[in-house]
Design a protein around this ligand. Structure first.
Ligand code: 3PG
Length: 402
């Protein structure tokens, strides 16, 4: 498959000064602020391995200003060191301390800059031309020979550190970016059927868009729904009342579209047929009719069995989002069963979204799944057919490099 951008295979990087933008935005323990899932850091190490004979500066974000997980990248640097990289951290992004440290870098060394979102201008989303004028780009680009962008997880953000440098530097995709775009493009264009879409969790508006698109283009043969999105479709189908866990007010605008999709694709969209509800902290399994006002926190065992059977007969399965409130042990059964079926099935399997990917790791299923996507919003944007700003910027840079 021909990629729309250039990769590390197309450029010389030995001995060069290379700026890499990665997505190592990790889940943290809310109390201790310790990284609890470093899979995004481990995922991008192949790119760093290849650049071991270059002088590497690493740029990344963690959280968003004001959020609980908005922290320094010092901990991420320690993890890189534990993974065997010669990495050091500078508490600066484009000031004197950062520039001095960049100028002293030796081959084989990696310098991690401070969280780019500590610079206010990074949060601005605008065209490449506009964000390229931000000081983060203007102060740094001339210090490098090459820009490698490996931040697939942030590819849907047109921000300075993501797309700005592509205006000035030869720019290529890193190995994470390359693998994600290749695999997701292949899974969207494969001729294999049955092609099963399994969606759970929240981010309801984005997920409804994926359902609509993949049904309209005839890609998905079945859509299996759980989690909040499943609840919403059950409400649209008038199988449960809005009091059972879906904060329906937020999604009122989406209900008509959910109803329309259900009427058009009634034999394709599979909704939960039973439930697991919370009664005083305990898991109680019941029919949809007997929920009786208790929070609907997981798909029931009959649904899990039905979904697992469909997945085991698939040729392609794409899953994003948990089937229930999996953070509570009592309510992770549905998600566990779906993941087991994905791992057992002799087909192409792609799992996306931080929660389910982390759970696949905890269950040691990573080796049995074709591809675990590092993206959340970016993966969903890609699946809805959206042209991601980073892909677009790398495409333009590739043309300029020819
Ligand atoms: C993610 O975790 O999805 C990416 O790192 C992007 O983060 P953002 O949604 O805060 O831009």
């Amino acid at each position: 498959m021909k990629l729309p951008f250039k990769t590390l295979d197309d450029v010389e990087y030995e001995g060069k000064r290379v700026l890499i933008r990665v997505d190592i935005n990790c889940s943290l323990d809310p109390e201790t602020k310790k990284i609890i899932n470093d899979s995004r850091i481990r995922a991008m190490t192949p790119t760093l391995e290849e650049l071991k004979k270059s002088k590497v500066v690493l740029m990344a974000h963690q959280g968003r200003p004001g959020s609980d997980d908005f922290i320094s990248l010092e901990q991420h640097t320690r993890i890189l060191r534990d993974l065997g990289f010669n990495a050091s951290f500078v508490d600066d992004i484009f000031g004197k301390a950062a520039k001095d440290a960049i100028s002293k870098l030796k081959i084989g060394e990696i310098l991690v800059l401070q969280n780019v979102r500590m610079f206010e201008g990074e949060m601005k989303k605008a065209s490449v031309d506009e964000v390229a004028q931000e000081p983060i780009v203007q102060e740094l680009y001339s210090l490098f020979d090459l820009f490698v962008n490996d931040a697939f997880g942030a590819a849907h953000r047109s921000q300075a550190s993501i797309v700005g440098f592509t205006k000035y530097l030869p720019s290529v995709a890193g190995r994470v970016m390359e693998k994600e775009v290749r695999t997701l493009t292949e899974i969207l264009s494969t001729e294999y059927h049955p092609w099963i879409l399994v969606l759970g969790g929240s981010k309801v508006p984005d997920k409804v868009k994926i359902i609509k698109r993949l049904l309209e283009i005839g890609r998905a043969d079945n859509v299996l729904l759980g989690g909040l999105i499943g609840n919403l479709f059950l409400i649209a189908a008038e199988k449960i009342s809005s009091q059972y866990g879906a904060p329906i007010k937020e999604f009122e605008d989406i209900l008509p579209l959910a109803k329309e999709l259900l009427s058009q694709y009634s034999d394709v969209i599979m909704l939960p047929i039973d439930a697991a509800v919370d009664q005083d902290g305990a898991r109680i399994e019941c029919s949809l009719e007997n929920i009786g006002g208790r929070p609907f926190y997981d798909i029931g065992p009959k649904t899990a069995e039905k979904f697992a059977k469909i997945i085991r007969n698939a040729k392609v399965a794409f899953a994003n989002g948990p089937m229930g409130f999996f953070e509570k042990d009592e309510f992770k059964h549905g998600t566990v069963e779906v993941l087991k079926a994905i791992s057992d099935c002799d087909c192409i399997t792609v799992v996306g979204g931080g929660h389910v990917s982390a759970m696949a790791e905890q269950m040691s299923l990573v080796d049995t799944i074709t591809h675990i996507s590092t993206g959340g919003g970016a993966t969903m944007g890609f699946m809805t057919g959206e042209k991601l700003p980073l892909v677009e910027a790398l495409e333009v840079a590739a043309k300029r490099m020819e």
